[in-house]
Write a protein that binds this ligand. Structure first.
Ligand code: ARG
Length: 569
């Protein structure tokens, strides 16, 4: 079912064609201010500027040929030449009736489905996931969910950092000071302890420093013992990561870490050199980008003078592999903004290698503590994801316990999880990803404001109406639009289908989050103004259908954000 915006745009394009104007300018948008209508277009202003004519006159000419019958009332011209549209109530009512039985809530699959590979989360082995990985994990998962729902073929790949110079120290530590019990209890904590211990000892002991470096060289040369230790550190770390992914309900299709590309690095560098894409400079193999002003003088080093490979070499080998294996239309990298230069370089290099897919760095800012500085623990360390999630659940548990209606213990536990995890995810997803945001427990767990608990609670309250009603309305019941708040709710529900796809225009889950917040507010106003259960039968049935759709849209949208709703809270 086309959305109201699509229907209006199509009628507008017809009128532009009839006036021999460029139909590509026939874009209609949701009105910024509902006092002027539901939709608007600035097409007359844009076209008048191109043709150097009077915009209001052009708007009048367009209106002459604009037929919106069955859809909207006679459009009006406002201001410098805006055309405003107000949908007919009868159109809204019949559109809502078709939604009532539509499991997709009106959202059409993308006209051109794409093959998309999403590289996200990608924590580093033997290190805890920190807040930077939180953002990548939550944002990436949401984008995967939305893209899949819109019909794209998505591969979620966790490019874990399972190779690198840290393993020299970790292996040395493993061989000399490993505490097996501690490893069983919390593998990552023990691996971090080993790493730190060796770093500390190296400061005063040249011998240890040399031996740790030798352990790394042995690992890279394929020494069986070191490989076995490395493999264990990867698997043990992965098991810890997986606990968090399970808790968060996040799944990957692939886990191709950096180590998966080791064997490809030497041949790739040889090929780059042979094709003249890379050349030696001071002993290192580099790719220069003289044609790209922002990268001029900033070459990507793909092989160091000692023969070692780097992050950039691995990422180029990774792109090459992905293109050969999946031939994706797009690869999305959900990685923090500090890596912007790295991605500019490897995308430019990939282009030189003849790869022309859509490579996107989906960047994000930092999470700040309440002091507005990068969030750290009290001892000054990076805050780990595990601690954040457990604290969120613990706080939600307390909030729930303090509420009047006590839930049975098992339900209280699962609800605390949904609320705590939902709050953390929503705090991330409701922000513009590029801005730094302040992580405030009180704010993100509040039951009022733009938070997950508020939206979950809105859902729960609607469901409770149905428990009281004791019936689900027949979806064939006619929809009655009798009050402004009722009309506003119906329109909001209809707009889900045209809002959701916008998330992928610039990879912004906050567009969906804001929509859901507005939907919850609109429902709230509706519920204040329009009695549901006490209305006369035909109106009651119609309002129940609207309520059901509001609840379904809320839970559907929240699910795309990776957030589940409890039935009670
Ligand atoms: N492991 C890296 C980090 O923690 C992120 C990897 C992102 N993906 C990539 N293909 N470079 O910073």
């Amino acid at each position: 079912m086309p959305t109201p915006r699509e229907l209006l745009s199509a009628r507008l394009r017809d009128s532009l064609t009839a006036r021999e104007l460029d139909p590509a300018r026939g874009e209609v948008a949701q009105a910024a201010d509902s006092r002027f209508g539901d939709y608007q277009t600035n097409a007359a202003m844009v076209l008048a500027k191109e043709k150097k004519t009077n915009p209001r006159q052009l708007a009048t000419d367009i209106l002459d040929k604009l037929d919106v019958s069955g859809l909207a009332a006679a459009p009006e011209i406002a201001g410098a030449g805006f055309i405003n549209f107000r949908l007919e109530d009868s159109f809204i009512a019949s559109a809502i009736s078709s939604l009532a039985t539509d499991p997709r809530l009106g959202v059409a699959p993308a006209a051109k489905p794409k093959k998309i590979l999403v590289d996200f989360s990608s924590p580093n082995v033997a290190k805890p996931m920190h807040v930077g990985h939180i953002r990548s994990t939550i944002l990436g998962d949401c984008l995967v969910r939305v893209a899949r729902f819109l019909g794209h073929e998505v591969t979620a790949d966790n490019h874990i950092g399972d190779w690198g110079t840290q393993f020299g120290k970790v292996i040395y530590g493993w061989k000399h000071f490993l505490d097996r019990d501690a490893l069983d209890r919390d593998a990552i904590a023990e691996l971090v302890r080993l790493y730190r211990e060796v770093t500390r000892l190296e400061e005063t002991d040249e011998n240890i420093k040399r031996t740790a470096r030798e352990e790394l060289v042995k690992l890279q040369a394929g020494d069986a013992e070191n490989l076995a230790i490395w493999k264990q550190t990867v698997e043990l770390s992965w098991r810890e990561f997986e606990k968090l992914y399970d808790l968060l309900g996040i799944k990957f299709d692939e886990r191709l870490g950096e180590s998966a590309y080791n064997d490809a690095l030497a041949p790739l560098c040889a090929e780059l050199e042979k094709r003249g894409i890379a050349r030696e400079s001071d002993g290192a193999l580099c790719i220069f980008f003289p044609e790209i002003p922002t990268l001029d003088g900033k070459p990507a080093i793909v092989r160091k003078s000692d023969g070692g490979f780097l992050y950039a070499s691995t990422d180029l080998a990774t792109i090459d592999y992905r293109v050969n294996r999946w031939n994706p239309d797009a690869i999305w990298y959900v990685v923090g903004a500090p890596q912007a230069l790295h991605f500019q370089q490897i995308f430019a290099a990939a282009k030189m290698m003849g790869i022309d897919g859509d490579l996107r760095h989906i960047a994000f800012g930092s999470i700040l503590g309440e002091d507005r500085k990068i969030m750290k623990t009290r001892s000054g360390e990076n805050v780990g994801l595990a601690e954040v999630l457990h604290e969120a659940i613990e706080r939600a548990r307390k909030i729930l316990a303090a509420r009047t209606e006590a839930l049975p213990p098992e339900e209280a536990e699962s609800t605390a999880r949904l609320i705590g995890l939902g709050a953390v995810k929503y705090a991330e997803l409701s922000q513009n990803r590029l801005t730094d945001y302040v992580f405030s427990w009180d704010k993100l767990l509040a039951f009022e404001g733009n938070t997950a608990p508020y939206l979950q609670n809105a859902y729960v309250r609607i469901r409770s109406i149905f428990r009281k009603a004791g019936e689900t309305p027949d979806p064939a019941t006619p929809i009655l639009i009798t009050a402004p708040a009722e009309r506003a709710l119906a329109l909001k529900i209809l707009q889900y289908a045209e809002t959701l796809p916008v998330v992928l225009d610039d990879y912004r889950p906050n567009i969906l989050a804001n929509y859901l917040y507005e939907l919850a507010n609109t429902y709230h106003s509706f519920y204040e103004a329009c009695p549901v259960l006490k209305a006369e039968p035909a109106l009651r049935a119609s309002r129940l259908i609207l309520s059901d759709l509001a609840a379904r849209t809320l839970s559907h949208g929240l699910a795309l954000l990776g957030i589940a709703c409890p039935e009670r809270m």
